[in-house]
Design a protein. Structure first.
Length: 458
């Protein structure tokens, strides 16, 4: 071999040096990749096996909870409708959460959402068991089944509607008074349902801020709930936002500065039981101090008037005896939605002339410093009245008094050290009524001894 050939041969051998190392490295890479693939495959299989195992355990626990609930008395089960029962069960070192829920259900759609008719009322109990996977790898496992009522059980619903009689009042918590003493909150149709009740003697109670029944009651207590064994029934209650009336008393001359009012009466044919409701200021009609203080021309009732779809008839005076003829009463629109409705209440005017004499057989002259009090037909006392000028006249508007046994009683004392007073009565109908009282303001006079405020009218 020539020298040149030997040089080229050695060069080729130097170019192929390290090939074994490369082969080994390539083989190692392939082995690692293959190993990772095999590991991932085994890991996925292991995870799938674990998920299946967890799901199987959850399904078993759900089935077990279904059997547990089926063994419970319905009086316990229906408590789960508002307060689900939650328990933690440990299996293989893992804690599973089991939630037991109950829903009222019917034949047509499985869950009752309305009590607009008995066909949609609850006639079954839907029991639901939900088990949560502690690892979070699976979604919750849920099992449902239905329980039918026994022949001695019935379903009942309390439906609360507003003044229209059709629109439901939602968000009212209705409490069943008798055992199992559970509660339900009214839905959009105003429905609170109670299923699987034994017997027929049940009552409900409920209250919602600002709402009243037709008689102005906010708290509705111990109202009968109709329960028919072997069937479903609806008991309807009327309940709506209350309102108030602000009344300004005005006499028949159009003035309201001198008109006196210790309250007013409202009449509505829709009022249950008592068709008239009375509102008074102060602590009582015959409480002299509060009656004297309550002489302003305006009074607002509490927010307890039910908003009927027809008007209220309103008059001054807190009793039926003060009711004027229908053409003299005030008609007010319903005061619904916590809104005060304002109006003027008509009152006839009374003009009282007071005179006195200081010696026997003397001349009676006008007395502008007398204390004059008036008691209306409802028993409210007003005074002392304001002297209106010359001729000893004291005048103001007062509730209607038809005459006969329904009259205003007036007392006037001389407001002197001799302490003498006179009384009188008069009817108070349309127009201005007048009364004159003459006081003997001397020792031994015919007038009674004392003062109106301290004796007769206190």
């Amino acid at each position: 071999m020539s020298a040149i050939a030997r040089i080229f041969s050695r060069a080729r051998m130097r170019e192929e040096s390290g090939w074994l190392m490369m082969e080994v490295m390539m083989g190692a890479v392939v082995l690692v990749i293959a190993g990772l693939g095999i590991y991932q495959g085994l890991d996925r299989a292991s995870k799938a096996s674990g998920q299946n195992r967890n799901r199987s355990v959850a399904a078993y626990l759900a089935q077990q909870d279904q059997e547990r609930m089926r063994g419970l008395d319905t009086s316990v089960l229906i408590g789960y409708e508002t307060t689900p029962y939650v328990q933690t069960i440990s299996v293989g070192g893992k804690n599973y959460t089991v939630t037991s829920k109950v829903f009222y259900a019917n034949d047509s759609n499985g869950t009752s959402t309305s009590c607009t008719s008995t066909s949609t009322l609850a006639s079954y109990l839907k029991i639901s068991s939900i088990v949560t996977d502690p690892t979070g790898a699976n979604g919750p496992v849920q099992m449902d089944s239905l329980l039918s009522p026994r022949s001695d059980q019935g379903g009942a619903a309390a439906q609360i509607v507003d003044r229209t009689g059709t629109n439901g009042v939602s968000g009212v918590t209705v409490n069943l008074v008798e055992p199992p003493a559970i509660s339900d909150t009214t839905d959009a149709s105003g429905c609170a349902q109670f299923g699987f009740l034994r017997g027929t003697n049940y009552h409900v109670s409920f209250a919602k801020t600002g709402y009243v029944d037709k008689d102005g009651n906010n708290a509705i207590t111990n109202k009968p709930l109709t329960v028919v064994t072997g069937s479903s029934s609806v008991t309807q209650f009327t309940y709506d936002l209350g309102g108030s009336i602000t009344a300004t008393f005005r006499d028949n001359s159009g003035a309201n500065g001198t008109a006196r009012g210790r309250g007013f009466t409202v009449f509505q044919s829709g009022l249950a039981g008592n068709q008239e409701r009375y509102f008074t200021t102060g602590t009582g009609l015959t409480d002299f101090a509060s009656a004297t203080a309550a002489t302003s021309g305006t009074f607002t009732s509490p927010m307890t008037l039910f908003p009927f779809t027809s008007t209220y008839s309103v008059w001054a005076g807190a009793c039926d005896a003060a009711k004027p003829p229908s053409n003299l009463r005030t008609a007010l629109v319903p005061p619904g939605g916590n809104v005060a409705t304002s109006s003027y209440l008509w009152q006839p005017k009374v003009a009282i002339t007071v005179k006195n004499r200081t010696i026997s057989g003397g001349t009676y002259t006008s007395l502008g410093t007398a204390d004059v009090y008036v008691k209306d037909v409802c028993g409210a006392v007003y005074g002392p009245l304001t002297y209106s000028g010359s001729n000893g006249i004291y005048q103001a508007g007062f509730p209607y008094a038809a005459g006969g046994s329904n009259v205003l009683t007036v007392c006037a004392d001389d407001n002197k050290s001799t302490s003498r007073y006179e009384t009188g009565t008069l009817s108070n109908t349309d127009g201005t009524q007048t009364l004159s009282l003459n006081i003997d303001s001397y020792s031994g006079g015919a007038s009674s001894t004392g003062s109106c405020g301290a004796n007769t009218w206190s």
